[in-house]
Design a binder for this molecule. Structure first.
Ligand code: ZN
Length: 303
């Protein structure tokens, strides 16, 4: 009921950074020359072959802490050197006037941070790879934080566009999602059937949670729509419309509740100020823990 405050910016997004960034302020180059090869592994110790991190658009390389890091270099209009580490590797954003020696100095200064992030992203890349769903009878997917087994069963009397989740045997075994597809269904057919079922569930659950939290926060939202975003879980617009990624339906309800409450809280505070977080905390007291889940969990990859 309360009139939402609507300062700028008009739209805020809940965005999970998959590419951590860091930057280092530019200082004049130190007088001392760089010490090349300071971390080159000793020749003859092949058993200690260093891991190589190679960005697909690598333009240069450097040895940091015994690891060869081949990085992409982007000339940008900014005042400092920026480092972006993603699953592809390291990309260095450099102001046009910065020379190779300054870049190397900056890389060595940030070596620990860069290597830490590279390892982290490599691990994340592996997990993403193994999260790729192999669409066949018996494949499992997370739904509301629980494992669900996909079952192909043309005799179940379910239309191909529908799917039905059973109640579970109550013995702790995962619930089964009966798709009504024949056993020779293609991976694409299985994916589409499961995806559209998940989207229907998302619509139902999100609408219900939005009602609940809108009442608690004393706000009104105009419209709820679904997106397919993989990293941008939700957004709220100043006109009162809420957008949520249907993929949130993979997470447990407490995670969904946090994102819903976060976006609705923006209808009171269109910013991420301490006041905004107070509003979130008033309805989701342990939101910090949930934020971590969103950052670290890897969801199934559907293509
Ligand atoms: Zn936000």
């Amino acid at each position: 009921m309360a009139a939402p405050r609507r300062p700028d910016p008009a739209q805020l997004s809940l965005f999970v950074a998959t590419e951590p960034t860091a930057s280092t302020p530019m200082r004049p180059a130190p007088a001392a020359p760089a010490t090349p090869g300071e971390s080159t592994p000793a020749v003859g110790t092949s058993a200690l072959a260093s891991a190589a991190f190679r960005h697909p658009q690598a333009a240069r390389e450097i040895v940091l802490g015994g690891h060869t890091v081949a990085y992409a270099l982007k000339r940008v209009r900014r005042r400092s050197i920026g480092f972006i580490v993603g699953t592809e590797g390291l990309c260095v954003n450099v102001p046009s006037w910065v020379g190779p020696r300054d870049i190397e100095t900056a890389l060595r200064e940030k070596a620990n941070w860069i290597l830490g992030k590279l390892h982290q992203q490599q691990e994340r890349g592996r997990r993403l790879q193994s999260a790729r769903v192999d669409w066949r009878d018996g494949v499992t997917i997370p739904f509301l934080g629980q494992t669900v087994v996909v079952v192909l069963d043309a005799r179940a009397g379910i239309t191909p566009s529908g799917a039905v989740l059973d109640a579970g045997a109550g013995d702790g075994a995962p619930r089964r999602l009966h798709t009504g597809l024949p056993s020779n269904a293609t991976p694409e057919q299985i994916r589409d059937a499961v995806q559209s079922w998940l989207q229907r569930q998302a619509k139902r659950v999100f609408a219900e949670r939005c009602e609940h939290y809108a009442a608690q926060l004393g706000v009104r939202y105009r419209q709820l729509s679904l997106s397919s975003a993989q990293t941008r879980w939700g957004s709220a617009s100043a006109d009162g419309s809420i957008r949520l990624s249907w993929r949130l339906i993979h997470f447990g309800l407490s995670t969904i509740d946090y994102v819903v409450a976060h976006e609705l809280a923006h209808l009171r505070e269109m910013n991420h100020s301490p006041r905004f977080w107070d509003v979130v905390r008033s309805v989701v007291p342990d939101y910090q823990r949930t934020r971590e889940v969103l950052k670290t969990d890897v969801l199934p990859v559907f293509d």
